[in-house]
Write a protein of this length. Structure first.
Length: 190
């Protein structure tokens, strides 16, 4: 059993925020792999299904970014999913817009959603960091993640989501470097 988590904030006013890129990835995974209809469970919107004969749970926590760990902890305890089988998709300001980096474990780098998950399940899970770029002025950091993607960025995010979805089988085989490399090679071709 594997758990895919997309980080974001609930509410119609947050749908296109940079912070909600994880939600967008989970929506793309749900559609592509025809996972079950989203149901409100475990403080989030949960879907289930199979990818390459592996049982998959996918969730968009509705606890707001800073409390994402509470939903994940509840779900993995209930289904007895090991933290090493958790994959979290989230935004990262320290990566150029549109670049993707996947890794197992590591620090939160100040990301509040990751801090929350670390607190509840430890650090031994996979993170798929999707670059949203950094604002030029440090005092604009908080606003940057909560602002909507620009129109041209929105198109690029759709393309990134499509590429990530096609490479999910590589990701769930835990071939993190290969996954990152292939995603970014495909993005360079766009």
């Amino acid at each position: 059993m594997l758990l895919l988590v997309g980080l974001g904030n609930p509410g119609s006013n947050n749908v296109n925020n940079r912070h909600n890129i994880g939600f967008k990835i989970i929506d793309a995974v749900n559609a592509h792999f025809k996972l079950s209809k989203q149901k409100p469970k475990f403080k989030g919107l949960l879907t289930t299904g199979n990818i390459d004969s592996k049982k998959i749970y996918a969730i968009k926590p509705l606890t707001f970014m800073n409390n994402s760990g509470t939903a994940i902890k509840e779900l993995i305890d209930y289904f007895k999913i090991d933290a090493k089988d958790v994959f979290v998709f989230h935004d990262d300001m320290d990566i150029d817009f549109g670049k993707v980096k996947a890794k197992f474990g590591g620090s939160s780098a100040g990301h509040n959603g990751i801090n929350s998950i670390d607190k509840f399940i430890g650090k031994d899970y996979s993170r798929i960091r999707i670059g949203i770029g950094h604002p030029k002025q440090k005092n604009k950091v908080n606003n940057h993640v909560l602002e909507d993607f620009k129109e041209d960025e929105e198109e690029k995010i759709k393309e990134i989501a499509e590429i990530i979805v096609k490479l999910i089988p590589t990701l769930i085989e835990k071939k993190m470097e290969l996954f990152s490399s292939k995603v970014n090679q495909n993005l360079n071709g766009i």
